[in-house]
Design a protein around this ligand. Structure first.
Ligand code: PEP
Length: 262
């Protein structure tokens, strides 16, 4: 039975108090759902990616939870370990805050903050060297899809990110295919569209490593309780990176239940 991944990217939302109340509801419900999931022999990995200022509150709440506790991750990091980089946060700092995962290459970092393939590749290498699991995001814009360039764009982004990495490093990454036109728009890719690019991603990475090891590829872009199950039913999709619907414990739990089939 394949392991299922449910990751929540909170973006610039939920302050400390809101984080505490999120976990108040989430922890109670998750514990009872987890018991059902375990009885069904399923494995569901949950991770949350709060903003930097809420990491301590999230870590504290996770520390009090029982059972398989959610993973704590950050939404970005700089590749240098420390120094004169005003406004940046390093990977050792994130490790110190309890993070094991870090999102890199998110389309909002690329579009709003001008991060390019080269910078993202540096961050990816630094994250792997620091022992993190990077959640590497990539995907095409609407313009690129309409111009039939999806495969070219995705191939370029993947090749640029993976250049120089060993096969083992490449297999540690969690890949998140997130078509830009589906992020925060309420308009998800169809399951067939998502399947096609997630399958292509696996093929590209496997060609690059020359190995057929299994890879984790998530789909992200307007995943909600009512489309989660359908997207997950596709064999190349291992789970979801969820933005808006991960901000409320209730909708995040509904996606968890849809994934678990409970
Ligand atoms: C995201 O930001 O990674 C994302 C997928 O957002 P949303 O689910 O809101 O589309």
């Amino acid at each position: 039975m394949k392991k299922i991944y449910l990751y929540g990217n909170w973006k610039m939302n939920l302050n400390r108090g809101e984080t505490e109340s999120f976990f108040g509801d989430f922890a109670r419900e998750l514990a009872s759902s987890q018991a059902l999931v375990a009885a069904m022999g399923k494995t569901l990995e949950v991770a949350v990616f709060p903003p930097f200022t809420s990491l301590a509150a999230a870590g504290g709440a996770i520390g009090k939870m029982k059972g398989a506790t959610p993973i704590l991750g950050a939404q970005n990091a700089y590749f240098e370990p420390k120094g004169a980089f005003t406004g940046e946060v390093s990977l050792p700092m994130l490790k110190d805050a309890g993070c094991t995962h870090v999102i890199l290459g998110h389309s909002e970092r690329r579009a709003v903050f001008g991060e390019g393939d080269e910078l993202i590749a540096k961050k990816l290498r630094a994250a792997l060297n620091a022992g993190f699991i990077p959640v590497f995001c990539y995907g095409e814009t609407l313009e690129e899809r309409e111009a039939d360039k999806t495969f070219d764009v995705v191939s370029r982004q993947l090749r640029a990110a993976l250049a120089g990495l060993s096969a083992l490093e490449t297999e540690k990454i969690v890949y998140a295919y997130e078509p830009v036109w589906a992020i925060g728009t309420g308009k998800s890719a169809t399951s067939a569209e998502a399947q096609e690019v997630c399958a292509l991603s696996k093929k590209l990475v496997q060609e690059q490593t020359g190995r057929s090891a299994s890879l984790v590829v998530l789909y992200g872009g307007s995943v909600k309780p009512d489309n989660a199950r359908e997207l997950l039913s596709m064999d190349a999709i291992d789970g979801a990176l969820v933005g808006g619907a991960s901000l409320k414990a209730d909708s995040f739990l509904q996606i968890y239940k849809a994934y678990a089939g409970i």
